[in-house]
Ligand binder design. Structure first.
Ligand SMILES: Nc1ncnc2c1ncn2[C@@H]1O[C@H](COP(=O)(O)OP(=O)(O)O)[C@@H](O)[C@H]1O
Ligand SMILES: N[C@@H](CCC(=O)OP(=O)(O)O)C(=O)O
Length: 374
């Protein structure tokens, strides 16, 4: 175990995510004292040459306090207005805390759409790399003011993981209001046991992870999912308590704190990571069992013959999900045929494509270089 903790000691690029539950002191507004402590710790790490990217929630919660609202608004526009109000307080606080340590900050607000579009994805990556190289601390949040269901990450755990993929971070630290991940939700099970180290891809984890509290969005479910996303670029995740004294500095020293979620060894190349980052897709292809096996076990391309159904109105070149007959996601990839033509060729062998369509661009519906098995 300590050997894996030593990985953290060597890591040079970290994403740190701070959740609303932790940041807002039980709905009493931003916890300035706690923020000062995390910032001081990050300044210590920056001083040791660690590159840091901060993903911070708290905009909606702070907006609620500023507007004197008793609970989280249910209407989308009020929620978005709250986020816009609270985001001011959030960046203002980080800017002034970091300035006391001589560090500059930069605000970055993203939606899922920014990472789904290849050009914007590359732009976001270059900008973040430029900031980090200058020693500026990017402070990232979802662009809640414009995010609708179609373009949102939904929670900042996911956003933080996709940022870790984007900039090739070695470590993602998710600070929350619990000591780490337990085998059951400790809020409801006092005898729950803390898990010190797990494989991020272990399927059993999802069953142990429950939902979140009043202010946070995702609970442990989104944190485990985030660790799985992070693992795609070889990034280790730690879920730890933000209330634990000097948590960041101690983790950097190799202390056994919180839960370490380790990646498996094989890591996706940068383009496949971008493909995998598509949380929303333009449509779905339903695969028969043979095609599922071919993709999963043999790294094959997807041929029309293995597809039983086409759903959605996608065009050639769009990112489409592949699911099995039970609707479970198998892969995502760039499709070689639009939905209309795809519907005509599914179930057909490659030799029949010209006969059915009158032309053939590629014999695969998705080439293996353009798909990623999830
Ligand atoms: N297996 C688990 N281990 C630890 N916490 C869990 C687990 N399942 C659910 N939770 C809940 O997840 C909450 C943290 O998530 P959340 O409220 O979204 O916080 P944040 O704002 O930090 O993202 C904890 O307070 C806890 O009640
Ligand atoms: N963008 C939102 C973050 C919502 C969110 O994911 O919260 P959390 O589950 O506490 O990380 C905000 O700033 O309020």
């Amino acid at each position: 175990m300590t050997e894996n903790r030593e990985r953290l000691q060597k890591a040079k690029r970290w994403v740190v995510k701070i959740g609303s539950a932790l940041l807002t002191a039980n709905g009493q507004g931003l916890d300035q004292e706690a923020m000062a402590s995390w910032v001081r710790q990050m300044a210590t790490l920056a001083d040791r040459g660690i590159e840091l990217i901060l993903v911070s929630s708290g905009a909606v919660a702070e907006g609620m306090v500023r507007m004197g609202l008793p609970g989280r608004p249910s209407s989308l526009h009020e929620l978005q207005a709250c986020a816009a109000i609270g985001q001011m307080g959030l960046v203002q606080a980080y800017e002034s805390h970091f300035r006391t340590h001589g560090l500059k900050t930069a605000q970055i607000l993203l939606t899922h759409e920014d990472l789904a579009d290849r050009t914007r994805y590359l732009n976001a990556r270059s900008t973040l790399n430029a900031l980090v190289t200058w020693g500026v601390i990017p402070v990232i949040n979802e662009n809640d003011t414009v995010a609708t269901d179609e373009i949102r990450f939904g929670d900042n755990d996911t956003l933080a993981a996709l940022v870790a993929n984007l900039i090739d971070a070695e470590v993602l630290i998710i600070l929350t209001d619990q000591e780490g991940m337990f085998d059951r939700d400790p809020r409801h099970n006092p005898d729950a046991v803390l898990l010190p180290e797990v494989r991020a891809l272990d399927d059993a984890l999802m069953a142990m992870a429950g939902g979140g509290g009043v202010l946070g969005r995702g609970g442990m479910v989104t944190k485990v999912r985030a660790a799985r996303y992070a693992a795609r670029s070889g990034c280790s995740t730690v879920i730890a308590s933000g209330q634990s004294q000097d948590v960041l500095v101690n983790l950097a020293g190799g202390a056994v704190l919180g839960t370490l979620l380790l990646p498996d060894e094989d890591r996706l190349d940068a383009r496949k990571q971008w493909l995998a980052a598509h949380l929303q897709t333009a449509g779905r292809l339903v695969l028969d069992d043979g095609a599922v096996q071919a993709l999963r076990n043999h790294g094959s391309s997807l041929l029309p013959v293995g597809v039983v159904q086409v759903e959605g109105g996608f065009s050639r070149g769009e990112v489409v999900a592949c699911v099995d007959v039970h609707g479970r996601q198998v892969a995502v990839g760039l499709v070689n045929y639009g939905a209309e033509d795809a519907a005509k060729i599914i179930g057909k062998t490659s030799e029949r494509l010209v006969e059915v369509l009158g032309y053939m661009d590629e014999e695969e519906l998705m080439h293996r270089d353009n798909l990623v098995v999830l």
